[in-house]
Design a protein around this ligand. Structure first.
Ligand SMILES: [Zn+2]
Length: 410
């Protein structure tokens, strides 16, 4: 299995699939089509059935049931795109056999070192086979590790028909990193009762809580007058914007929060005297507090409208996704089975809230409850990204074990 995983993973990461928020196509970039087509061929080659890719680049396939038992159809998903934060072109994966626990030289020429001094969690990987970058790109373990693990699990089950299982659906999806992964996902065509995204980080991660998320855009319209004759006439839009921000609690920001704490995050501040625009994201695990945060922003805007005139402040708040816990808790068995699968394999499950979203946050609200499980990767979205092949094998085995448990419990 080890050789198979390395071969698949290194093949996938060499295709540049970085997504692009400024593109209006789906997938947002042509590289994702290249990978989608490659995956379709591979799914067929390993013996999967009903292999399809739709006009938006969503790849789906079926592992048919081999039991008479009435087992719910479950699905596994991974996304094909890589993060926008760092380049994913010309990824040149480096394999470190039986890692000795010391510095890993990613790039001698550029003096780029992956060191336990900066990344103490490297200590967990002594003796493992690691895959790293060459220091000039991200790796793309997020989420090509998930694709390799799902593919390898399917190939294994096809080669081992003595393992009984229900119908399994898999999907490889575009544009997760720009938040559009589920937008064109056909839940009905997928036809699963539950699914798992295989899109987490280190060994044991099991997540079914995400933020509730909204974005806010506030536009301030000033009045520009020659500064020499501005007395009593000029309205400086930047100063209105600063006043707005001053009304938000200073400690409720990403740099001051962790765990279950929510925040307001000022993403950008662009303006001049005439007009200023602020972009925020609002995050909270608790739905009521989330609504209260949005209310607080409306309230501040209303106060400033009273002071400067209604037409001078325009506030636009849009919800982005919600905490999937609300949808997963009523069908908690989907989490319990993943937990049990990890326990059966001697892996300690680590359940923690995601301070972000996954495709699962949106899919759960589209009628497909979808928690997230680990891939084995670390330091996603940058040049220090790496993954343990040993833990990739464990992730593959967790997928197989989940499938087995659904059959056993039916
Ligand atoms: Zn991801």
């Amino acid at each position: 299995m080890k050789h198979e995983i390395i071969e698949r993973f290194t093949k996938y990461v060499k295709i540049d699939t970085q997504s692009d928020p400024n593109s209006h196509t789906c997938p947002s970039t042509p590289g994702q089509w290249t990978l989608a087509k490659m995956l379709v061929e591979e799914l067929k080659a390993i013996g999967m059935e009903e292999v399809t890719v739709d006009e938006n680049g969503y790849v789906m396939a079926t592992l048919p049931s081999n039991t008479d038992k009435d087992v719910p159809t479950i699905g596994f998903l991974a996304h094909m795109d890589t993060a926008t934060d760092f380049t994913g072109a010309n990824v040149n994966p480096q394999i470190v056999e039986s890692y000795d626990g010391g510095d890993i030289i990613l790039n001698e020429e550029l003096h780029i070192v992956l060191s336990p001094t900066d990344f103490p969690e490297l200590a967990n990987y002594k003796g493992h086979t690691l895959i790293t970058t060459d220091g000039t790109t991200l790796l793309g373990a997020d989420n090509k590790a998930g694709i390799a693990e799902i593919m390898t699990a399917m190939a294994y089950l096809i080669q081992h028909p003595e393992i009984k299982h229900g119908k399994v659906r898999v999907a490889f999806t575009p544009d997760e990193e720009i938040g559009r992964g589920p937008h064109k996902f056909d839940v009905a065509a997928f036809g699963a009762k539950y699914a798992y995204t295989v899109d987490g980080g280190p060994l044991g991660e099991l997540e079914y809580e995400s933020f509730n998320a909204a974005q806010a855009k506030i536009t301030f319209k000033g009045k520009n007058v020659h500064p020499g004759t501005a007395k009593g006439k000029m309205i400086n839009s930047m100063k209105m914007a600063m006043e707005f921000h001053e009304h938000l609690p200073a400690n409720e920001a990403p740099e001051h929060t962790e765990g279950y704490e929510g925040f307001y995050h000022l993403l950008s501040f662009q303006g001049d005297v005439e007009e200023t625009t602020l972009h925020y994201i609002i995050r909270d695990f608790d739905r009521q507090q989330f609504e209260a945060r949005k209310g607080k922003m409306e309230e501040i805007a209303a106060k400033l409208q009273e002071k400067y005139g209604k037409e001078r402040i325009v506030i636009d708040i849009k919800d982005q996704y919600y905490n999937m816990r609300e949808k997963i808790e009523p069908v908690k068995e989907v989490v319990d089975i993943a937990y049990e699968a990890m326990k059966n394999l001697g892996i300690e499950p680590k359940i923690s809230p995601i301070r972000g979203g996954t495709d699962g946050s949106q899919l759960s609200y589209m009628g497909l409850p979808t928690p997230n499980i680990f891939t084995g990767g670390e330091n996603f979205h940058g040049r220090y990204e790496y993954i343990s092949v040993d833990n990739m094998m464990k992730a593959t085995n967790v997928i197989i074990e989940i499938i087995k448990l659904f059959e056993q419990k039916a």
